[in-house]
Design a protein around this ligand. Structure first.
Ligand SMILES: O=C(O)CCC(=O)C(=O)O
Ligand SMILES: [Fe+2]
Length: 323
């Protein structure tokens, strides 16, 4: 997956997280890089992120094993209720031409949810549980750096984030052979994530983001071995009062010979906690641009089938501001 004649690769900034532990000058340089990455691309790669190669390999393997299980063993997890803490879905073409299986898991507090996660393969909970814990820890660390990059305290909303929601989505995109003659295969339709940030592990390239610095063209995000991707989500756009914009992305491919897996970790506040633009970032020159909203508001929006992107429903129009 990932090669296409009419879609170039995105230049994705690379952040070395271990430098955040060094002297203050080195640290502030990294914070500037994060600021730059969030304002321009809205996405960056991180290395030295704390997830070991072994854990990454194990978690990809156990998820590959899960998705390879016959449908009857996974069917019980299928649900249209997006508030379900464990939800499996399978799309093999159909009316919308989407090819993707996914498993969505609530992951914090882990003890509360782990028992409802799949236990086939038998080591699923152990491997995926360890991965979720590491991804959450990483998300909290990166959010501290992002707050600093917005000139907020590193601890801004830290307690709320630590007590907030953490969801993990594992996506599996089936191989589609060229002989099937399907021109454009949609794995994930274009969207922005509702989260504050999303951390993504991809087993191979296939993700595309809209490059707003190059005439809004779609670009592939190459897989950089050992690295993880960080996306600006809708709730960071709101929190930053529009300084950072959530990044539009999708998975679209022409053909491929092996299953592609991705694991996305979504960091949010509590289900009913309303997130507003930080008052520190609102002044006469930068009036409040977004209404407050909670994760539940987003989920309700999603369930309603409304085609308008969630973030658009939050924008305070300039006419309203002049009133
Ligand atoms: O599979 C991918 O690379 C992206 C998945 C994604 O965007 C999501 O789960 O929100
Ligand atoms: Fe996404």
């Amino acid at each position: 997956m990932g090669s296409s004649n009419n879609c170039n690769d995105m230049q994705v900034p690379l952040i070395n997280l271990s430098l955040l532990q060094q002297d203050s000058q080195t640290k502030s340089h990294v914070i500037k890089q994060i600021h730059q990455a969030c304002t321009s691309a809205g996405i960056f790669n991180v290395i030295n992120h704390g997830l070991s190669e072994t854990l990454i390999e194990e978690v990809l393997k156990v998820n590959a094993n899960f998705f390879e299980l016959p449908l009857v063993t996974k069917e019980g997890l299928i649900s249209d209720d997006i508030l379900k803490p464990v939800r499996f879905s399978t799309n093999q073409g159909g009316a919308q031409g989407i090819f993707r299986d996914f498993l969505k898991l609530y992951a914090h507090p882990l003890e509360e949810f782990l028992n409802s996660w799949p236990n086939n393969p038998p080591d699923y909970r152990d491997k995926m549980g360890r991965c979720a814990v590491e991804m959450r820890k990483l998300g909290i660390q990166i959010l501290g750096a992002i707050m600093e990059s917005l000139n907020l305290e590193t601890t801004f909303l830290k307690d709320n984030i630590e007590q907030g929601m953490h969801m993990v989505a594992i996506n599996s995109y089936p191989p589609i052979s060229e002989s099937k003659n399907i021109k454009k295969i949609i794995g994930a339709p274009q969207h922005t994530d509702h989260s504050i940030i999303t951390i993504l592990l991809q087993s191979s390239s296939g993700l595309q983001v809209m490059d707003r610095n190059d005439k809004n063209t779609w670009k592939y995000v190459p897989k950089l071995k050992g690295s993880l991707l960080v996306f600006v989500g809708d709730h960071l756009e709101v929190l930053s009062n529009g300084k950072y914009k959530s990044v539009l992305h999708r998975v679209v491919y022409e053909s491929c010979d092996e299953t592609r897996l991705s694991i996305a970790s979504f960091q949010s506040l509590g289900m009913d906690e309303v997130l507003e633009p930080a008052i520190e970032l609102v002044d006469e020159e930068h009036p409040k641009q977004y209404k407050g909203s909670s994760l539940r508001d987003f989920l309700k929006h999603l369930a309603s089938g409304e085609s308008k992107p969630f973030i658009e429903t939050l924008k305070i129009s300039s006419e309203t501001m002049e009133e």
